[in-house]
Design a protein around this ligand. Structure first.
Ligand code: HAM
Length: 392
């Protein structure tokens, strides 16, 4: 379903490796937990320092720097990622993401386009309790001046700040804003706001993103304290939060701009924007809201073959090639046992082949939800089902 949403917007699939040179991910930033604490890395037999990918944005930028495709390069991906975290509901050491990245365009309308795609994906799943929060971290200079101001502010708080936040302050003052500790809250509430530091360009870009979201009637909340966990972000950042999930793991997905990352990976200066959505958290939210992502496949036919199984193999292959959904019984079980499976499968018809049918070159077509059974020549079974599948 995700592929369907994004392919219709011009995104092509990119498959990046599970393993990359460690250096690809250290470019994400050395002040982020994903790099300093959560990386699965090892030295391989050729003495190369390798990491299991903790996310896919850096790999996409590495691929861009290596292959230099024409821009704007609009790609989507899906796959597993690995982070050494404390496992709990919604937080796993191996988890799956789907996402998009666009490289080579600065247009704020792109930020709006990708948010709208994620929004459409959640809507198509049927999720209703998803909220969008947005912020801008400004240009790198704005962000640096803001970080200095935060460092000064939190340093003045001294020992009144929690011990954990004092440690975070040393590494990355922005992340102190993420603290959920009660004791830190008054200092966070008093902290300077990023919007006071925006350059004209950053303010204009952010205003254009917000205007675009309004034009598409996508509801959002501006959260000046949203900083996100990865260091590469500049300007727009956003997160989708699930209303049914615990607040520590309620980010269903997130993303933003990372205009300097391609350059850090050896490519030309290239703007970039994207998001990744966590699939396990999305499924938890689907469970909580009682919506289901995929309808079970409705089988057109279930083949019951009591002559050894070769007929079932041939008929299912033929039906599948004709575009019908077909399954069968295995292990040469009795007619009764196979009919039970046919019943349970929900198939529209059972196709029965016994010794007589094998000898006569026929198949019994037995409707499973009412109706008369008929005998059809074996050679006409696909055509018969194709013509009758609408009526079953
Ligand atoms: P992220 O916020 O680290 O961003 O991860 C995106 C989503 O992946 C999270 O919102 C969450 O749903 C899911 N996720 C992350 N860690 C775990 C975990 N340990 N267990 C389960 N789910 C998890 C990124 O990865 C960026 N690459 C997003 C991006 C793309 N920014 C720009 N382009």
């Amino acid at each position: 379903m995700f592929a369907d949403v994004v392919e219709r917007a011009g995104y092509g699939q990119l498959i990046t490796p599970l393993l990359e040179d460690l250096g690809v991910f250290t470019r994400i930033g050395d002040a982020t937990d994903v790099v300093t604490k959560e990386m699965y890395d090892f030295v391989d037999k050729g003495e190369r320092h390798i990491a299991l990918r903790p996310e896919m944005t850096a790999s996409v930028c590495r691929a861009f720097a290596e292959h230099r495709p024409t821009t704007p390069w609009k790609v989507f991906y899906s796959g597993s990622n690995f982070r050494y975290e404390k496992p709990q509901r919604g937080r796993y050491r191996q988890f799956d993401q789907v996402g998009v990245e666009v490289l080579g365009a600065d247009d704020p309308n792109l930020d709006v386009e990708i948010v709208a795609l994620a929004w459409e994906f959640y809507a198509r799943l049927g999720l209703q309790q998803v909220s969008l929060i947005v912020n801008s971290l400004g240009e790198p200079d704005d962000r640096n001046r803001y970080v200095d101001a935060l460092r000064e502010h939190f340093t003045e708080c001294g020992d009144a700040l929690s011990e954990q936040s004092r440690a975070t302050l040393e590494r990355n003052p922005l992340r102190v804003l993420d603290s959920k500790r009660e004791i830190d809250q008054p200092f966070i509430a008093d902290a300077p706001q990023i919007s006071e530091f925006y350059s004209e360009g950053a303010a204009e870009h952010f205003a254009a993103v917000l205007a675009g979201l309004e034009a598409l009637e996508i509801p959002f909340v501006i959260e000046p304290k949203l900083v996100r966990g990865l260091d590469y972000y500049r300007r727009t950042i956003f997160e989708f939060q699930g209303g049914t999930l615990d607040s520590a793991q309620n980010a269903l997905g997130g993303g933003g701009r990372y205009d300097g990352l391609v350059e850090a990976l050896g490519g030309p200066p290239t703007p970039g924007v994207g998001f990744a959505l966590g699939l396990e958290r999305t499924l938890l939210a689907c469970d909580d809201e009682g919506v289901f992502a995929a309808e079970p496949v409705a089988l057109d036919a279930f083949v019951v073959d009591v002559t050894g199984g070769l007929q079932a193999a041939a008929i299912t292959a033929e039906l599948r090639a004709a575009g019908l959904a077909a399954d069968r019984g295995y292990d040469n079980r009795s007619m009764k046992a196979q009919m039970k499976l046919a019943n349970r499968s929900g198939a529209a018809v059972a196709l029965i082949v016994g010794d007589d049918e094998l000898a006569n070159g026929t198949v019994i077509v037995k409707p499973m939800h009412g109706g008369e059974q008929v005998v059809v020549p074996r050679s006409e079974i696909s055509a018969h089902l194709t013509t009758h599948s609408d009526q079953n």
